[in-house]
Design a protein around this ligand. Structure first.
Ligand code: MG
Length: 255
């Protein structure tokens, strides 16, 4: 009887570890000296602190170079309307040059234990979104990183194109206006919604899990919200600017 009890306790431990929420650093781990949002250093630091994944954003230039940047413009220059030569000398806040996707993935390939949470931004022109998807997918394939990349986008056009090109890839939609079932029917694998949307549509959490749709919530930075989401077993991933704080909350939870 005692052995059965301990086996039961062990199983509970295994399942509680299995159910642990995953920590994704939003734009890398940048809230620290020497780092900057979407910098190579932020990617390295997310790996150094042991995040499950590091998120980053990309846009494509008029001549087909995919660059890592959150906004559609940098220093007032619209990326999709300009050649790479117009932005290649722009520096980030930590002194790094604006990273290209090739440079970024080369760095990411050195950290096999961390997933690359790859956001393709919406572009002004749909054909530029298509070019950005095609160039990004081609580069990920050529570097053999298909298993390491999880794709996200606010653009359903982008999500569906990635799914067409890489049917086995994880693809999650960001805009928050479709139910998990609708996402599954499109062939996508996850919802990655703003914390306000998740709080408003708690019924989607059960629906997601009944349909094997992964749930990622962004961008959660407050201690109370991080704790509440970390304690909700229906949340699979939390994307945060405060990955170290979330890790501490998870450590305390497991003590
Ligand atoms: Mg992003």
């Amino acid at each position: 009887m005692k052995r059965i009890f301990f086996l039961f306790v062990e199983l509970l431990c295994v399942f509680s570890v299995f159910a642990q929420v995953k920590v994704v650093a939003h734009r890398g781990y940048w809230d620290v000296d020497g780092s900057a949002q979407n910098s190579i250093r932020a990617l390295e630091m997310a790996a150094e602190i042991g995040c499950y994944g590091s998120e980053f954003d990309v846009n494509i230039t008029s001549d087909g170079v995919v660059v890592v940047n959150h906004d559609a413009t940098i220093n007032g220059i619209r990326i999709e309307d300009n050649p790479y030569s117009a932005i290649k000398d722009v520096k980030l806040k930590n002194g790094e040059f604006l990273p290209t996707l090739a440079q970024y993935l080369e760095c990411g390939s050195k950290f096999p234990d961390m997933q690359l949470i790859f956001e393709i931004k919406g572009h002004k022109l749909p054909e530029n979104e298509d070019r950005c998807v095609d160039a990004s997918v081609a580069m990920v394939k050529s570097m053999g990183l298909q298993e390491r990349v999880e794709w996200i986008s606010f653009s359903m056009r982008v999500c569906e194109r990635i799914h067409q090109l890489l049917p086995k890839a994880k693809v999650a939609y960001l805009s928050g206006n479709e139910s998990p079932l609708a996402i599954k029917e499109r062939g996508l694998t996850g919802i990655d919604y703003n914390e306000g949307v998740i709080k408003k549509h708690t019924e989607w959490l059960d629906e997601a899990h009944q349909n094997q749709v992964e749930v990622n919530v962004w961008t959660v930075d407050g201690e109370e919200d991080l704790t509440n989401f970390a304690n909700d077993s229906r949340i699979d991933i939390i994307t945060t600017n405060k990955p170290v704080l979330l890790q501490k909350i998870l450590e305390q939870k497991n003590q």
